[in-house]
Design a protein around this ligand. Structure first.
Ligand SMILES: Nc1ncnc2c1ncn2[C@@H]1O[C@H](COP(=O)(O)OP(=O)(O)OP(=O)(O)O)[C@@H](O)[C@H]1O
Length: 485
């Protein structure tokens, strides 16, 4: 396989080529290797290579609903699904491609469009750069309030989709709020709330491993917004700490919906998209649904808890191979310092079979999340710690916590297999196990063993090797995944 585009475009060498997996720049006849592929694990160029000719396919039901199997049909399906169910949906569906979508944005946003952005906002410094444009500071001329403005150059289908989806999701506290959309001949200008706390990836790089308390709180916020996206029929497809912004108060905001897609129940997506280290295995095999976001969030949780990404490699192919095959082992090494409930949750998330993988909703009901994020339970645990130092010496408070947790799980819809209370027998089981940093948390393993959240876990890997590195997003399509039209 050898792909070529004109000018400064890119070549992708096949796995049989000497420098397999390297994306190389074409400068006439000479090819110079782009260095740092290993550092970036970038699929971006790979993506661009195919983006123009391939529309991402939306597969209906079992994927066989492409009745005549034609590419044309797939495209039509994709367009129908990606069009937002906004107030103008009837207009949207009857219009032509991009035009149709702009029409929806106009009506839905209803502010600023006719003005020039410069009439309403003063442009400030650039604060970010991405694939399709730049992000800059701006200040409202009337209120003096600062915002972030993302300028997206028109042309790519994904740009229009990003604007639509942001508008569709805006309003949830975990999504960067879209304040206004301006449009000129070349670009969209998205005026968004300013997230002054920077990116989660930068914080993670600086701070290394997070305490379970902190990781659980971040992760819960993330899962709440992912659940919201899924409830709204949106698959983000690029969940990673680079795309999680922080407010000044430390709240997280999911950003960058450039790869997001709309689906409804029973539909699935095809088309390789995401950031290599975070991509779910089913994305690599080409047929997937919203559970891919749960997987990616699990990769993030792994990094929060132990400071490294689980699936690594020297090339894209190696990373993908690891995602598909490497067996995780959460029982040894660094994992011995992580509580069993945390490990249990990760195992349920990093399950290769997407049907067996826990949903976003189920994650939010997991004992580890509840324990660390519910104030009442936490206060019980603090009492336990200060009085007894370790749960084994006095299981009373721990038992109370677990009972409380069990009650919460019932309230939260967890399916209790055995509703009998956790016993000192279960707690004494923990005596023989290494205590985690909060001591009490491992006692919750018993609650987990009594709760059916999803199907049993599968084997997986974890050989922490090197620190996490920034990942670049890509919307990748390959011949076997994308029926080029
Ligand atoms: N609302 C915001 N507040 C503050 N900074 C922001 C905001 N939105 C984006 N940024 C900054 O701009 C950067 C690029 O934004 P974003 O990820 O949305 O662009 P992109 O073109 O989709 O990027 P990528 O190429 O990574 O997909 C972010 O990493 C962040 O640093």
């Amino acid at each position: 396989m050898r792909k070529k585009r004109k000018g400064s475009d890119l070549l992708l060498l096949s796995s049989t080529d000497k420098d397999k997996d390297k994306i190389v720049e074409s400068t006439g006849d000479s090819e110079s290797l782009i260095p740092n592929l290993k550092c970036h694990y970038s699929l971006e160029d790979y993506v661009r290579l195919k983006k123009r000719c391939c529309k991402e396919d939306v597969v209906y039901g079992d994927g066989n609903d492409d009745v005549d199997g034609s590419c044309k049909n797939n495209r039509r399906a994709g367009i129908a699904v990606t069009a937002p169910p906004c107030a103008t949906s009837s207009l949207v569906l009857s219009g032509r491609g991009i035009k149709r979508k702009i029409g929806c944005i106009d009506v839905a946003t209803q502010m600023g469009r006719k003005n020039k952005i410069g009439e309403d906002y003063v442009k400030g410094e650039t604060i970010g750069k991405g694939k399709f444009g730049s992000v800059w500071l701006c200040r409202c001329r009337v209120s003096g309030v600062e915002f972030a403005c993302k300028t997206l150059v028109k042309g790519e289908e994904t740009v229009h989709r990003e604007v639509e989806i942001m508008q569709h999701l805006s309003g949830h506290p975990g999504v960067v709020t879209l304040k206004a959309v301006y449009e000129d001949a070349e670009s969209f200008h998205l005026v968004m709330e300013l997230c002054s706390g920077g990116r989660l990836i930068d914080q993670m790089t600086k701070e290394g491993r997070y305490s379970e308390q902190r990781a659980a709180n971040i992760f819960k916020e993330l899962m709440m917004v992912i659940k919201y996206c899924h409830d709204m029929g949106v698959v983000h497809r690029d969940v990673k700490p680079e795309n999680i912004l922080l407010t000044t108060s430390g709240k997280i905001k999911l950003a960058d919906f450039g790869l997001a897609m709309r689906i409804t129940n029973g539909q699935s997506l095809a088309g390789l998209a995401g950031s290599p280290a975070y991509v779910a295995p089913e994305v690599l095999s080409g047929n997937y649904c919203e559970k891919v976001d749960v997987w990616s969030a699990g990769i993030l949780l792994h990094a929060l808890l132990v400071g490294v990404l689980p699936f690594q490699g020297d090339s894209l192919e190696d990373v993908f191979e690891a995602i598909k095959t490497v067996e995780l082992n959460f029982h040894t090494g660094v994992w011995e310092s992580v509580s069993k409930p945390a490990r249990d949750l990760l195992e349920r998330i990093l399950t290769r079979n997407a049907d067996s993988r826990i949903t976003a909703d189920e994650v939010l009901s997991h004992p580890w999340i509840i324990f660390y994020t519910e104030r009442n339970l936490k206060s019980l645990s603090f009492k336990s710690k200060s009085k007894h130092q370790a749960i084994s010496s006095s299981p009373t408070a721990a038992t109370t916590s677990v009972l409380e947790l069990t009650r919460k799980l019932t309230i939260n819809g967890g399916s209790l297999i055995n509703n009998s209370s956790p016993t000192s027998r279960s707690l004494s089981h923990d005596n023989s196990e290494e205590q985690d940093d909060s001591g009490l948390v491992d006692a919750l393993a018993v609650a987990i063993s009594n709760v059916r959240i999803s199907e049993p876990k599968r084997s997986r890997l974890c050989v922490p090797t090197s620190p996490i590195r920034e990942q670049r997003s890509s919307n990748v399509t390959t011949n076997n995944l994308c029926k080029a039209c």
